[in-house]
Write a new protein. Structure first.
Lengths: 308, 308
């Protein structure tokens, strides 16, 4: 095999109370990636609609991942990646994770599945390191495994795939910039034990709800008393979007990753669509352009579209 | 029906990383309780082997629960409770919860199941309030529901019954006194966000492991970076008991409730028995008397032995 075409999905990290441990794959938006095995040892990155992303391999998220794999396996062959990004960089919807996970996943197929899932995640994390300075797997893990994943540890890699409840996800990406570094810096370094206990009650409830497919339990567990009250300050109209979404029947939701995107879960497509409409109108009103996406939780993650 | 005889099990609260939210019913030790409906409005408590517990209803854990039920339902009838305690007060094995839960559960049967499970828990919590000053349900919930329970909230009561994994529990009760108030006071009021994130990764892993019956995952999630390092100081030989139990094949374990009892989980009875033997010998060596108990996780909680 010389070439593989992939559909690489967006992901929602944190999942409200699951700060730094939970992530979820969705269907929309997604990137298209084509990875080719080359007879020469070059790494070539070609972006279509690059959003200003660098194409030099060592400065490109997919590029460093492919370099690391090539290096580690002492390959004499190279890779070319053609990337059509639809997940916008800086959206909080796992754009860098998609490029990194897609590169590692695609290379592995071309190398006849030489890598385990955990090894794919290991290499993809070099892409996250380039993008944000942190080798985290919150978005990479659900991109690779699909559904909802728990990142119990990255050193060693310990990923627990959870269920993919049959729920709709509405995401809105308002066109404002929230730097991951800013949204991390404003967090308090210490918290009260009381709020931590409340938070881990919610996390335990969320994981139980996911595993039991208990949607009301998922809804009443999607509460974050620690991160959201602080980070949401950086996202215009966050409270209004959240409250109005709940009024429309959303089970719950919150900040996607470190923002500025916001996601909401709902049991029915028509509610999810109404939420998307509401989100757009809230941002239209204050003159902020926004993109909305409605899709189901994606149970399988990256999809192979074509192999040749 | 005039009389009901119950077997009311011990319970392990906290479950290491699940501080203040998780609890688990076991089979051994257990209390025997006989609750009778009286034609007169008296509340009578009779203890066999009372361990010095007061028998005056308003000062007795079972007594206040029966009083509250009588009051709330405006009953003209009364109750008599005959209690043979085997779960030692102050053991950290849910002794007060057993008396409280048994009283509420038994009264409800005599009143033809007039109360819901959550109402039984509501009334039983008055017993915990008398015993410790806190209306918590960490021990009452697993006593009533069986298995492992998540107390997501007590106001309103929101209890999530989890699975009862097919595991053995070894508990040791060393004869030292640890006051619940002391073990609560030495906790720090604030913790680092970093340690909280680690803790909730463990809690999420533990709940996922319980629901998936993934025993290795349960084992590697039974880690507490916040409470145990502080509270264990109050329990002689805690570290030695824990490390040697793990060496013998325990999946994991820690302080039961606020101590001084320690519990360990194991997949096989022979390992659980070896752990009991080890625990006893550690305390024998330093001249501290101890009691050990080996039983499975109790999937059903309080058991009706006789109705008449």
């Amino acid at each position: 095999m010389k070439k593989v075409k992939l559909r690489v999905p967006a992901t929602v990290a944190n999942l409200v109370c699951g700060f730094d441990i939970l992530g979820m794959a969705i269907h929309e938006p997604y990137d298209e990636m084509e990875i080719k095995l080359l007879d020469t040892p070059e790494i070539i990155i070609r972006h279509i609609d690059s959003f200003g992303l660098p194409q030099e391999p060592s400065k490109n998220v997919a590029g460093v991942v492919l370099q690391k794999i090539q290096e580690h396996l002492k390959l004499t062959k190279g890779f070319e990646a053609v990337i059509r990004k639809h997940i916008k960089p800086g959206s909080g919807l796992g754009s860098s994770a998609a490029s990194a996970a897609g590169a590692a996943f695609g290379a592995n197929i071309l190398l006849k599945n030489i890598l385990s899932k955990d090894e794919i995640i290991h290499f993809a994390m070099f892409g996250e390191e380039l993008a944000s300075g942190v080798r985290h797997a919150d978005n990479i893990a659900p991109c690779i495994y699909g559904g909802i994943t728990l990142v119990k540890s990255t050193q060693p890699i310990d990923i627990i795939p959870l269920n993919a409840p049959d729920l709709f996800v509405t995401a809105v990406h308002p066109q404002v910039e929230v730097k991951t570094s800013d949204s991390r810096q404003i967090l308090k370094k210490s918290i009260t034990l009381k709020s931590a206990v409340e938070q881990w009650g919610n996390i335990a409830g969320l994981v139980a709800g996911i595993q039991k497919n208990d949607f009301p339990l998922i809804g009443r567990s999607l509460n974050d008393v620690i991160i959201e009250p602080i980070r949401s300050i950086l996202i215009p109209k966050f409270d209004e979007v959240k409250l109005k979404s709940l009024d429309l029947g959303a089970l719950g939701g919150g900040i996607s990753g470190s923002g500025p995107s916001i996601f909401m879960l709902a049991e029915k497509r028509d509610i999810a669509e109404k939420i998307a409409h509401l989100m757009k109108s809230v941002y239209d009103e204050i003159g902020i352009e926004s993109y909305t996406y409605v899709s189901k939780i994606n149970p399988t993650g990256i999809k192979i579209i074509e192999e040749a």
